[in-house]
Design a protein around this ligand. Structure first.
Ligand code: NAD
Length: 358
């Protein structure tokens, strides 16, 4: 007999479709069926041979369902999660887990009260570009890291669906921002944040941010910059990291990380270079006598590990990958970012995390 867990999906849109494909291909979970308020979406699922639940209550009442996966627009994550937890189901919510720390507290309370696991699908913890940057930071090969920059930039504006509206939890901070903040906390795993400064952009949408620039100031003077843009016709590099002994760059998420580390810091007899306005020794490029250049191999990564971890956590064989504390930390950063944008000034935060590698 299979000991796979049964998953029912609420919300069969873009991400609901993605999950069902992965679940159908999974070694640890089965697909019980889906529920969506849209008849059209239900018809599409039916044509693929997927079972349709007439309502969310029918999912809660199905004793065979172990896990409820919520892939609706953001404002429905909280009510569906609490209802499913109270019905005795384990719950995975899509990101952002919800829209405020107060709402997240309610979900965490429900998870404790009904003794069921509750987590969020932070699938971009499996992104290879992120994993390479995490490795470089932790390895110490750049010396003391003092800057990390993470950017995602496109030129098509914010999507025209619910993502453009505040009431649904739209905007790029709650969309890509959640991933990039979570990743940054995974890279700089050993330092607390002291201060945050954020500027939101409204190039194509005035109701919600269609891009933002977020600066996180960590202990030990490490500065992290997270940028999301939807009106950028030329993109800046995906990741850039600077340390006292080298720099690393990932130009594009499909590429390897390039590292330049210093072999001989105090080079004598530097030959000046000519710039437009005159000579400079300070900015003269280094050569192979003083630096080593190499690439980081792209590591193996499998998003199925997210489900594998959650199922192992249900069975008491692992701790859940995305913890409540991590979710709350990201949510507090998001709230501080919105506040900083509103008042036009940096915001001090009381970062509560005990630094742990994840
Ligand atoms: P979408 O608009 O494509 O799909 C949402 C679906 O939910 C639609 O089919 C809609 O009919 C249905 N729906 C709306 N209200 C509902 C309700 N009250 N009850 C049941 N169904 C309802 O949106 P999407 O892109 O699939 O995004 C869904 C969620 O997934 C969002 O939270 C989003 O942030 C998240 N997401 C995550 C990733 C990721 O990489 N982890 C990527 C994309 C989206």
């Amino acid at each position: 007999m299979s000991n796979k867990k049964n998953v029912a999906v609420i919300g069969y849109g873009g991400m609901g479709g993605w999950h069902t494909r992965y679940i159908l291909d999974s070694d640890v979970v089965n697909l019980s069926g889906i529920y969506d308020i849209s008849k059209e979406r239900c018809e599409i699922a039916k044509e693929k041979g997927i079972h349709i639940y007439p309502s969310a209550e029918d999912i809660y009442n199905d004793k065979n369902v172990d896990i409820v996966l919520i892939t609706t627009p953001n404002e429905f994550h909280n009510p569906y999660a609490i209802a499913a937890l109270s019905a005795g189901k384990h719950v995975i919510s899509e990101k952002p887990v919800t829209m405020s720390s107060k709402s997240l507290s309610e979900m965490i309370e429900a998870s404790k009260k009904y003794n069921r696991l509750f987590t969020t699908h932070q699938n971009r913890r499996f992104d290879v570009d992120y994993l390479m940057m995490k490795h470089i930071y932790a390895s110490g090969e750049l010396g003391d890291v003092f800057g990390v920059e993470s950017r995602i930039q496109g030129s098509r504006g914010i999507p025209g669906d619910w993502r453009g509206h505040k009431e649904h939890g739209g905007g790029m901070i709650l969309d890509w921002g959640v991933h990039l903040i979570d990743q940054m906390l995974g890279i700089i795993y050993d330092k607390k944040i002291k201060k945050i400064y954020c500027r939101c952009e409204h190039i194509t949408n005035y109701e919600v941010d269609d891009g933002f620039k977020l600066d996180l100031y960590f202990e030990n003077d490490i500065a992290a910059r997270i940028e999301v843009g939807t009106s950028n016709f030329i993109s800046m590099p995906r990741f850039y990291m600077t340390g006292t002994n080298g720099s690393a760059i990932i130009s594009d998420w499909r590429e390897k990380a390039k590292v330049v580390s210093c072999k001989n810091w105090a080079e004598k007899d530097v030959i000046p270079v000519v710039t437009a306005a005159g000579l400079t020794k300070t900015m003269a490029p280094r050569d192979s006598k003083t630096i080593a250049e190499y690439e980081i191999e792209r590591p193996e990564s499998d998003v199925h590990d997210f489900y594998r971890n959650f199922v192992a956590a249900i069975d008491g064989k692992a701790t859940q990958l995305v913890t409540h504390e991590q979710l709350m930390r990201v949510m507090k950063i998001i709230e501080a970012a919105f506040l900083s944008d509103e008042i036009g000034a940096p915001v001090e935060i009381n970062d509560f995390l005990t630094p742990t590698k994840f």
